[in-house]
Design a protein around this ligand. Structure first.
Ligand code: SAH
Length: 353
């Protein structure tokens, strides 16, 4: 596979441009074009000869949107296709304050969570920083005229969540590079405070992230209140105990001053009885954190059941009564195919059948 220019910082692009015998200011034109989601060949300010020279070494368009699905509530889901034919999915959620894009960090995943569709076929490969960034560049380009992104340098996407396929901390270096590039001034310049990174709890990498000095929102997928229950649905729980995760979260708070978040997917008969609510309160009370309750998106390959709506609100009520800050995540885009990885796996299935 060819390298891709979206992996590089502005300064690195300057070096590339100079090494190819072009004037330094061409880097600005190149960078601007790339940040507008253009393929190299589409950047009109550059000469044809220079673009051809670049395309000898670098992928002209590293990713394209293969399919788009529109939900009645405005949510959009995309199937992205990379230059090597691999597919990942992404979601765009439209809120009053702006657009939130959910990006994937890996093709497939090797964490093996029992409720998740992304991990069914294991890890195919990591995405590079630029391949992750390109998901946003394309969606921004698609929505450049929307109200949320008015202005010349339309940036429709204001918030990013790393909650698509993959485990971001299992692809640490590329994800970090992505974070630096997506927040870079002069680039998309998305505030780190508007970025949430979700991890299944790879403790050493959580410490490392805390030390990077990027004030993003750290979210941990907890989904259980004790290690034994957690191990049943999340194999990673065998490596890292809940107590260690909580210590790493405390360290994150100490280093960044940012409160942290827990995701807790409600799985019937597994983690959402009254005793679990009590245990969760016991575990998190007084900590600078917020709990996001998620309704299980039932994956047909997995035999796990979602908790009913009434019971979900009851569970939320118990947490609130116990003094936790918690919300039940609104379900959006349900009519366009579910959770993490479901779109890709159903698409691959269609191809195989
Ligand atoms: N690897 C990261 C990002 C995963 S996706 C992590 O583990 O946090 C973001 C969230 O969706 C995680 O909390 C994940 O556990 C949850 N999730 C995955 N599949 C789901 C499903 N079928 N229903 C509900 N939540 C799911």
């Amino acid at each position: 596979m060819k390298k891709i220019l979206q992996d590089f910082t502005y300064t690195e692009l300057e070096e590339i441009v100079l090494s190819l015998g072009e004037k330094k200011f061409r880097a600005k034109q190149l960078y601007e074009g790339l940040m507008q989601g253009k393929a190299i060949s589409e950047i009109t300010s550059l000469s044809k000869a220079f673009k051809e020279r670049l395309c000898e070494e670098y992928e002209d368009a590293p990713v394209r949107i293969k399919e788009t699905y529109y939900s009645a509530d405005g949510t959009e889901k995309y199937l992205f296709e990379y230059a090597d034919g691999n597919l990942v999915e992404g979601v765009l959620m439209k809120y009053k304050y702006g657009y939130t894009q959910c990006v994937s960090t890996q093709i497939g995943c090797r964490m093996g969570c029992k409720f998740c569709a992304s991990t069914l076929g294991g890890l195919v490969r990591n995405l590079t920083a630029g391949e992750i960034l390109s998901q946003i560049l394309l969606v921004n380009a698609l929505h450049k005229n929307d109200a949320a992104g008015q202005g010349k340098e339309a940036r429709a996407v204001t918030n990013v969540v790393l909650m698509g396929s993959g485990e971001p901390l299992d692809n640490y270096d590329e994800v970090l590079r992505f974070l630096r590039n997506v927040t870079a001034e002069g680039g998309l310049c998305i505030s780190a405070r508007n970025i949430s990174l979700s991890t299944c709890g790879i403790v050493p990498k959580m410490y490392k992230l805390a030390d990077e000095g990027i004030p993003l929102n750290l979210t941990v997928s907890l989904h259980a209140t004790d290690d034994e229950t957690r191990m049943r649905t999340m194999p990673v729980a065998k490596a890292y105990k809940i107590a260690e995760i909580l210590k790493a979260c405390a360290y994150y708070f100490k280093k960044t001053g940012r409160r942290y978040y827990f995701e807790y997917t409600l799985i019937e008969g597994e983690n959402c009885d009254e005793e679990h609510a009590k245990a969760l309160i016991e575990l998190l009370k007084g900590k600078p954190c917020h709990v996001n309750l998620i309704r299980l998106n039932e994956v047909k390959e997995r035999n796990l059941k979602a908790l009913g709506d009434k019971e979900a609100y009851r569970f939320l009520g118990l947490l609130e009564k116990g003094g936790l800050s918690a919300t039940l995540r609104r379900q959006i885009g349900v009519d366009i195919g579910g959770a993490c990885g479901q779109l890709r796996s159903s698409y691959l299935e269609k191809l195989e059948s």
